[in-house]
Design a protein around this ligand. Structure first.
Ligand code: C5P
Length: 310
């Protein structure tokens, strides 16, 4: 029941890219150990929560986004986030959740995780719970491997299955072109393909790329572009071979780096600066391959942007 809670709260949370993504052999719990450097980029979802008797979720997006692929039942990560937070505080609360998608759906950019992170901070404010940052992070880790980073934002090391996040201080601002695919890729399917590709080979524990670390330290975009790595990329390319040509097209536009984002299929192109990213974005858009956006990174993690008392 809604009790005396009124009003509504909106929060935003960013998409992520992985500047390097090292993947180790599958663990007993079915997850893979990761060594990654996350960066939050300026594509964001906005989640608005309001008091209600029942839990409900509505997903909106512009015509280009595959909002119909987002579940609106209990498997929706934002719904799970609201329930996990309420349960932690011993509450039985309904909530109306409206998600406005700005992050590609099933695109390898942690859009569902962003919704969960935004819902955690929005419900925490709506219900005036004042949950500690530490507790929010541990609830986030229960929800999914990428959810803690969506809370933290910026640039950060990720370890464990991705849920252990250590913020990094970096000086640079980077400009990314994001090319979406009309059809998403399932993260578990990409990990299964990764396992199939490595059957019989001895996988070692994943490592952070020293090239990415030194490029960030020196704020050297050329070195960063050359050092970008994604050990899930071969698996994503096996499932979507046409992405190879998409990456190549980006390279012909003169970008510093071209890579599949996380488990894909979104493709990322690292550009020299904003003007260069706009140029590359227009070049790719003119080929009609899919929706193209330009996004800076790093940006902040999930945060409340509007709160209205009832
Ligand atoms: O943690 P999350 O719910 O986002 O993970 C979705 C799926 O992706 C997992 O069920 C698993 O199949 C795969 N995964 C993995 N190793 C990770 C993260 C995700 O195998 N480190």
């Amino acid at each position: 029941m809604s009790g005396r809670v009124r009003g509504q709260v909106s929060a935003v949370a960013p998409a992520k890219v992985n500047l390097c993504l090292g993947v180790g052999p599958v663990r007993a719990d079915g997850f893979h150990p990761l060594a990654t450097i996350y960066q939050a980029v300026g594509l964001q979802d906005r989640v608005t929560v309001g008091a209600a008797d029942e839990v409900s979720v509505t997903v909106r997006g512009d015509a280009r986004s595959a909002v119909h692929e987002v579940p609106t039942d209990g498997s929706n990560l934002a719904v799970q986030a609201a329930l996990v937070l309420a349960k932690h505080h011993g509450l039985d609360r309904g909530v109306r959740i409206v998600i406005e998608k700005g992050i590609p759906v099933a695109g390898g950019m942690a859009g569902g995780s962003a919704d969960a992170a935004a819902t955690l901070v929005a419900c925490d404010r709506l219900w005036r719970l004042g949950t500690s940052r530490e507790k929010l992070l541990s609830l986030a880790a229960e929800l999914g491997s990428d959810v803690p980073f969506a809370l933290v934002g910026g640039t950060a090391l990720g370890s464990g299955r991705g849920e252990l996040v250590t913020p990094l201080t970096t000086r640079g601002r980077y400009w990314w072109v994001v090319l979406e695919s009309a059809v998403g890729l399932s993260t578990p399917a990409v990990y299964r393909e990764f396992d199939a590709l490595h059957t019989g080979s001895a996988l070692v524990e994943p490592q952070i790329s020293s090239g990415v670390v030194s490029a960030l330290r020196d704020d050297d975009v050329v070195a960063l572009g050359a050092a970008l790595t994604n050990e899930l990329q071969p698996a994503a390319l096996r499932l979507r071979p046409e992405l190879e040509g998409v990456l190549e097209l980006g390279r012909t536009e003169g970008v510093h780096g071209a890579i599949v984002s996380g488990s894909g299929p979104s493709c990322l192109f690292l550009c020299a600066d904003r003007a260069d990213a706009v140029r590359v974005g227009e070049g790719l858009r003119s080929r009609g391959l899919g929706p193209v956006s330009v996004a800076p990174g790093p940006v902040a993690g999930a945060r409340v942007v509007a709160a209205r008392e009832g």
